[in-house]
Design a binder for this molecule. Structure first.
Ligand code: HEM
Length: 464
């Protein structure tokens, strides 16, 4: 090739123009895992015109997100996400640099800090009781748990971010369209000469339309905050905090209105479907594994002592709950391929030369199921975490559902308190059986997050 003196990672054979694109299939994390079994923990693909390095082992991930973290902290320019993030001027899709550093620092120290997350306790409690009440009061014999969980996560995020619930059909449909587009494959991002395919298919137009509609919605939300007509929560929501930082300019970093809107969108795009996906798979695996369900119920019922609800202070005393959540994140990371990174310099990784401008995909899904690290990697065995120091916070590279290093997820604590609280309460309050006709299909939907393809339908057999 054009770099004969370089020691490039192994590459599968490729087609002209497409490269390896046609091999990704509808479940890229699975196809890439299979390819890595032949080509190794670091392999170099060509997706259209783009060189893509795929990391499929904990060692390879550690090299990328720790040893050479700085070099790999850029994001590739992706045309559809750019349209949905004010031209990549948010945290998630912005290029590595001072702007991103400032924006991320705001998220970490002002919006998603432990103290801030703590301050939202009441909202989580209210929304969890509402979920319980909805289940108690349902007249249906079969409950669509997926629908209830998505509505819970949307409501919690809406209240924390925007100060009140926007649950009208219009907003729900807008969010759905937004996620669908984020997960869409854009041909033009990989084969620029085929950008017309995205135009012809209407993909670009749809992204522009959704971006515009979201922008108008967020403008309305900001106006409402500026004129202080927020109906619901008295505490400060994320829009309030951002407006205050803008006004006082206390970080010495001027916040444009677009950044306020872009960060608010990050909270939705980063926080809703991921959180929901985690809860949905947790309930699904528990229904498939009645022993684990029983053990978790016992744990919550011993701690709950017949009180009306599990509260956040109880969660620390529930090691089995935590083990279950880790096991779910290992088997079903909501973003199986994380979010792509990009290298900014030539660098040597595990003996291979990686060129500047290479796109990086870390297969967190495959790493979580790597048989050289995990015993019975495809089995749901939460006990494996009971006496194990392994955590998901980005220090143990065998379990990286939130990524790691500079680009790692800033919302881990924010998401996990919701998930622990909701899961603990669901199993504390109810006994479940599978809904009629539900055979627990384990299929994954295609798109941004690998949530369940079909909704989880359950029957409530008793209520405490
Ligand atoms: C179970 C829930 C969640 C999962 C599994 C998850 C996972 C991830 C992953 C895999 C990344 C990319 C890491 C990388 O590039 O290496 C990420 C980034 C990010 N997440 Fe999360 N996330 C979750 C919840 C949240 C929440 C609740 C928020 C905000 C309220 C959030 C905000 C973000 C942001 C802003 C980024 C971009 C960071 C950057 O590019 O510097 N996430 N998340």
């Amino acid at each position: 090739s054009s770099q004969p003196y370089k020691n490039l990672p192994p590459s599968p054979p490729r087609l002209p123009l497409l490269g390896n694109l046609h091999q990704l299939g509808s479940s890229p994390h699975r196809s890439l895992q299979a390819m890595a079994q032949t080509y190794g923990q670091l392999m170099l693909l060509r997706l259209g015109c783009v060189h893509v390095l795929v990391a499929s082992s904990a060692d390879a991930a550690r090299e990328i997100m720790k040893t050479h973290d700085l070099i790999f902290s850029n994001r590739p320019k992706l045309s559809i996400p750019a349209k949905l993030s004010y031209g990549s001027s948010d945290i998630t899709f912005s290029q590595y640099g001072e702007y991103w550093r400032q924006a991320k620092a705001i998220a970490i120290s002002h919006l998603l800090s432990n103290k801030r997350v703590q301050s939202y306790q009441q909202i989580r409690k209210e929304e969890t009781s509402l979920l319980i009440r909805k289940i108690q009061e349902t007249h249906e014999s079969v409950v669509n748990l997926s629908e209830l969980l998505i509505s819970l996560t949307n409501n919690v995020i809406c209240r924390l971010a925007l100060g009140r619930i926007y649950d009208g059909k219009k907003f729900t449909v807008l969010l759905e369209k937004f996620f669908e587009l984020l997960g869409c494959f854009s041909v033009g991002s990989y084969i620029p000469s085929l950008i017309w395919v995205d135009r012809l298919s209407g993909l670009e137009q749809r992204a522009d339309d959704v971006a515009k509609e979201f922008d108008e919605f967020l403008e309305g939300v900001i106006e409402e905050h500026v004129s202080k007509n927020v109906a619901d929560d008295k505490g400060q929501d994320i829009v309030d905090i951002l407006l205050e930082i803008q006004k006082t300019n206390k970080r010495g970093f001027h916040i444009e209105r677009d950044l306020i809107k872009a960060i608010t969108m990050d909270v939705f795009s980063g926080g809703t479907y991921t959180t929901f996906t985690n809860l949905e798979w947790a309930m699904t695996e528990l229904l498939r594994h009645p022993q684990a369900m029983k053990k978790l119920q016992q744990e919550t019922r011993e701690i709950g002592q017949g009180r009306s609800m599990i509260i956040e202070d109880d969660l620390d005393k529930m090691p089995y709950l935590r083990a279950i959540i880790k096991e779910i994140l290992r088997l079903h990371p909501p973003l199986p391929l994380l979010i792509p990174h990009e290298s900014t310099q030539d660098v040597k990784v595990l003996g291979y030369d990686i060129l500047a401008g290479t796109q990086i995909i870390v297969n967190a899904w495959a790493i979580g199921r790597d048989s050289s690290t995990w015993v019975n990697p495809n089995e749901f065995q939460p006990e494996r975490f009971l006496n194990s120091p392994i955590d998901y916070k980005g220090f143990h590279f065998e379990l990286i559902p939130f990524g790691a290093g500079r680009r790692g997820c800033p919302g881990i604590h924010f998401a996990m308190v919701i998930n622990e609280l909701v899961l603990a309460n669901l199993v504390y309050k109810f006994d479940f059986a599978l809904g009629r006709g539900e055979s627990l299909d384990m299929g994954e939907a295609h798109g941004l997050t690998a949530h369940k393809k079909y909704p989880l339908l359950v029957t409530i057999t008793s209520c405490k």
